[in-house]
Design a protein around this ligand. Sequence first.
Ligand code: COI
Length: 355
Amino acid sequence: MGWAIELERTTSPKQKPKVSELGFGKYFTDHMFIMNYDEGQGWHHPRIVPYQPISLDPAAKVFHYGQTVFEGLKAYRTADNRIRLFRPSKNLQRLNLSNDRLSIPEIDEQLFLEALLSLVRVDSDWIPGEPETSLYIRPFVIANEPLLGVSPSKQYLFMIILSPVGSYYAEGINPVSIHVESHYVRAVEGGVGTAKTAGNYAAGLKAQEGASEKGYTQVLWLDGVHRRYVEEVGSMNVFFKIGDTVVTPQLNGSFLAGITRDSTLQLLRHWGVPVEERPITIDELVEACRSGELKEAFGTGTAAVISPIGELSYRDEKLVIGSGETGPVSKRLYDTLTGIQYGRVEDPFGWMMEL
Ligand code: COI
């Protein structure tokens, strides 16, 4: 079914940033998508309007009780100027899983997809074409009912904004160093750890600040009960190559089921690399590192792509992984995944959607 998405074009297009200054999430395109939800009416009035600030009542529930969810995906420009999205249906489904966990009403996936594609089309000249650049797409929902009672909001806004981006980490595709957090925890099973919701990220800031003061790029979270099992890094899932096997924590409901994580697993299995999704303790990693069996580590994420990890710090120990350089599996995954995304290599799984 087609949806009537209104379009109001900007009369004052912005100047586009220089590619060398893109960084991540600093610049926003000329338009945004917005749609309202009101109890009794459902989701209504989908529209694309000039990018602008929104006005919210100070009592809006999102400010007080954090009822909000988000997604992240990217549009890529190929060398022959086609525009492609990577597995967008996965993001639509995951947003609704997050919605469900946060008691936010479901969004029709067809409408979501149409909104997303229409917005990217309107701002397609913002999609950079240089290597390692893309258009980051940030859909999100906020509860905007002005009421201080703790109950699910009766009003919401669903919005999509777009940001031309380069690398998420200053290191680019060079290895990052990660601090293993042994004091703070991010989430526990049964909580909201697997939902893409603001509170999970806010809960991680204190530890991230501490890690960054010590010179580390990110935090590796351990499970919230035993502080032994490896879960995820703040903005990515995590993989380790121990001996010949690539291992990653199995999904347990307390960390994000990443779409790049799933794609990585599919690629590794397709190549015949032994892969295990299972509980991994930090002690196992320390031991494997000491014995020389920990050959590689890398993070996976939409923003981070495949991000090699050169060093972990745990308590007072520095663990240099492999040679501290990008390992062959990380490199092959990075080249293949970005190759598929930018149309340089075949897409055997049918992951890309042409605009
Ligand atoms: C993503 O990779 O899209 C994320 O949402 C991670 C981060 C920027 C919060």
